[in-house]
Design a protein around this ligand. Structure first.
Ligand code: ADP
Ligand code: MG
Length: 703
């Protein structure tokens, strides 16, 4: 049989798989071919080398294996409660009951009293005494079955598969057969050099060992090799693509640092940049100087000062004769950016335009003309920037804030607004762990602002229960008396939208009573309000006309009210970590000490407890994202949901960071030496590309 076709052989050709089993394998596990079956890895192993004494059995043992002699059987109970009980005696004087509720006749007929058996199963406890329901039985004399290894693989299966005898054991037999027939068809994936550098076992051996390990050491070696390979191939695809993109597209070259940038930096910057901000500006400067198109992700916690970095980037573009635009996900945010850019530029002679859905026709026309003539260099806006009417004379830089709120199509449209693609800087305040960034955004360059401006007082976070409410309200009154403002946030979770809405309204009523007008003024903002109404309430709060903002999570993104010093989060146990962190970031923006108070009930799941404890212990978004990754797994973190790159079979981005970092730097070394993968020793890798069609450039790969 030819090599490629072996892995692609339809599953129904396998001995023991007829049409109906094949059908069910496809439906239940997505296994269509021999290859699919081989890549259906065990999720656990049972140590079959270990034999227990009956006296050692305890409730925390998952599985036990015992050698012993069956001394007798007995039928107990009648009708539906009937069961067969056999007694097993080991060499150490222990006695254990083996119990069957089904298949009694068959067992009774076949069991051989007085002969030594190997018995295996999950122990059960009744009145503190162990028994073994439905154990596997094997005569000691027959126990050397061909596919039995020291560590027995356990495969995921389903109820339906079990009806077709495809439980873990059934699958194991199929996989054993495939590997027997096909081991010599398994080709090496990794280049020789990589294998010898890391002392990896061959692919063939790794696949054999991961299914049927000889011992735990070899199993572990097989696992790390296959994990490495999995991550290596993803990195290869990402970095290869990144490189092709760089070769295909020239970026505009910003060859000078000119008057605007220098004047701003030397005379108008209202504070000293942090070291991290300087580092990022330098990185952007290098990218835009290089002649290649920049695709950079800027991660920085809330309040880390991304806006000024964006502004300096735009000034750099303007110095070189290019226009820039900055896009925000909501009107409120766009307006906020507009004001903060204008504020920073107030003593300089450069205009900033604002384009949103509510920009009036006349102003819109003026903007369009100024953009087309090249007279207007800096533009801030919402999705309105994407519309076809918006045309630039020479767009050189696009800055996107809060990146995951934009769809693929929208990004591509922006990209096409210039002949030469503009440089792209994507800014996000949702910190994600490094390993995740390497995988999700592996084809972007990543910059991180990992320090807050000096003099910022860390937010004090407290976790309190309902019995603390009176004291809480007292505290809020004190803060308001000092001229501060307060957020009180309620959860809004889709499944229980009605209930949450009720919670919010009850809360609002309660707060309005506790903080009565005219002394206190309370705003409310929630998802059921019209956008204009919401904006108006936000404005009132921002302008200090109201003291308390009662809201659902609609305020989560980027809203800046420096005078707000307290964030109260109700039912905090219902929020995810990254959401809690984002919400907390709404305060601590001014000079005052700020507080985040997490209110919860006493009934907390262990995960909720970890979340709240983490919030109390740290203000660092990256640390929080690491905990989030461990709690929820990579596929469930914010912004990662639709990403196919995270469907990993073996590797775990929370645990296998070291392997990932190795794999990535290994790919970097290979591509450095052989960018097009034309060298003989990298032929295999090229083959992988050609067969998976991964060198294809698609729009969604471009930010
Ligand atoms: P974010 O990264 O969340 O977008 P901003 O850019 O809105 O943060 O900055 C938050 C606040 O910190 C703003 O008021 C900004 O003026 C201020 N700021 C930014 N950089 C510095 C700095 N280096 N020193 C002092 N204040 C700074
Ligand atoms: Mg911001």
């Amino acid at each position: 049989m030819e090599r490629k076709s072996f892995f692609e052989t339809p599953i129904e050709y396998l001995k023991g798989v007829g049409p109906s089993k094949a059908e069910i394998l496809k439906k239940e596990l997505g296994i269509f071919t021999y290859g699919d079956l081989i890549y259906h890895y065990p999720f656990r192993y049972i140590d079959r080398t270990r034999f227990y004494r009956i006296s050692e059995i305890s409730p925390d043992l998952q599985y036990i294996q015992i050698k012993g002699v069956i001394t007798g059987t007995q039928l107990i109970g009648d009708a539906r409660k009937k069961r067969l009980v056999a007694t097993l005696a080991d060499d150490h004087g222990g006695h254990l009951e083996l119990v069957w509720f089904q298949g009694i006749k068959f067992v009774e007929k076949n069991i051989q009293i007085g002969r030594p058996y190997i018995v295996f199963g999950k122990p059960n406890f009744f009145n503190h005494k162990p028994n073994l329901p439905h154990p596997e039985l094997e005569l000691l004399s027959e126990s050397k079955k061909e596919f039995q290894t020291a560590l027995q693989p356990v495969y995921s299966s389903t109820e339906k598969l079990k009806l077709f005898f495809l439980d873990s054991k059934g699958l194991m037999k199929l996989i054993y057969t495939v590997l027997q027939q096909g081991a010599h068809f398994i080709d090496e994936t990794l280049p020789e050099e990589v294998l010898s550098q890391y002392k990896f076992m061959s692919k063939r051996e790794a696949l054999a060992q991961i299914h049927f390990p000889s011992d735990s050491r070899l199993l572990q070696r097989a696992q790390s090799r296959l994990k490495f390979e999995e991550l290596f191939l993803i990195q290869l695809r990402l970095l290869f693509n990144k490189q092709v993109k760089k070769r295909l597209y020239n970026g505009s070259t910003f060859s000078v640092v000119g008057e605007l940038f220098n004047s701003f930096y030397n005379h108008h910057l209202p504070f000293d940049l942090t070291t991290a901000q300087k580092k990022v500006v330098r990185e952007i400067r290098q990218d835009t100087y290089s002649g290649l198109q920049m695709n950079r992700l800027l991660q920085g916690d809330v309040g880390s000062g991304k806006t000024v970095v964006a502004l300096m980037t735009m000034l750099l573009a303007a110095d070189n004769g290019y226009q820039s635009c900055m896009m925000a996900p909501t009107e409120i945010l766009a307006v906020q950016h507009y004001h903060s850019l204008r504020g920073m530029l107030k003593n300089m002679n450069i205009e900033v335009g604002l384009l949103t859905g509510s920009t009036k026709k006349k102003e819109r026309t003026r903007l369009f003309e100024a953009l087309l003539s090249g007279e207007l260099k800096l533009l801030v806006g919402t999705h309105a920037l994407i519309e076809d009417g918006v045309q630039f004379q020479n767009l050189g830089m696009v800055i996107i804030d809060e990146q995951h709120r934009f769809g693929v199509e929208q990004r591509a449209k922006l990209w096409r607004k210039n002949n030469n693609p503009p440089h792209i800087l994507v800014m996000t305040a949702t910190p994600i762990p490094r390993t995740l960034a390497m995988t999700l955004y592996g084809d972007l360059d990543v910059s991180v602002i990992d320090e807050l401006p000096a003099g910022r007082k860390p937010i004090t976070t407290l976790h309190k229960f309902e019995n603390h409410r009176l004291r809480l309200f007292g505290f809020l009154k004190e803060e308001i008396a000092r001229g501060r403002q307060v957020y009180i946030v309620y959860p809004l979770i889709e499944e229980s939208e009605k209930l949450d809405y009720l919670d919010l309204m009850n809360g609002y009523e309660h707060i309005s009573n506790t903080f009565p007008a005219p002394q206190y003024r309370v705003s409310i903002v929630h998802g059921k309000m019209k956008a204009a109404e919401k904006d108006m309430e936000m404005e009132r709060f921002k302008n200090g006309e109201t003291h308390i903002m009662v809201a659902t999570t609609v305020i989560e993104v980027g809203v800046n009210v420096p005078n707000a010093s307290v964030m109260v989060i109700e039912n905090a146990e219902k929020f995810g970590l990254s959401q809690l962190h984002q919400l907390r970031g709404r305060v601590g923006r001014g000079a005052e000490q700020s507080y985040c108070i997490l209110m919860s009930s006493h009934k907390l799941s262990s995960e909720a407890k970890i979340r709240l404890d983490t919030m109390v212990q740290t203000n660092n978004g990256f640390e929080i994202s690491e905990v989030d990754l461990r709690l929820r797994g990579p596929g469930n973190l914010e912004g990662t949901q639709q990403s196919g790159v995270l469907d990993l079979k073996l590797a775990d981005l929370a645990k296998d960071q070291q392997i990932l970092i190795e794999a990535r730097s290994c790919v970097e070394r290979i591509l450095d030496e052989d960018p097009s993968l034309i060298m003989e020793k990298n032929k295999k890798l090229k083959y992988y590309f050609e067969n998976k069609g991964v060198s294809e450039i698609t729009w969604e790969k471009i930010s």
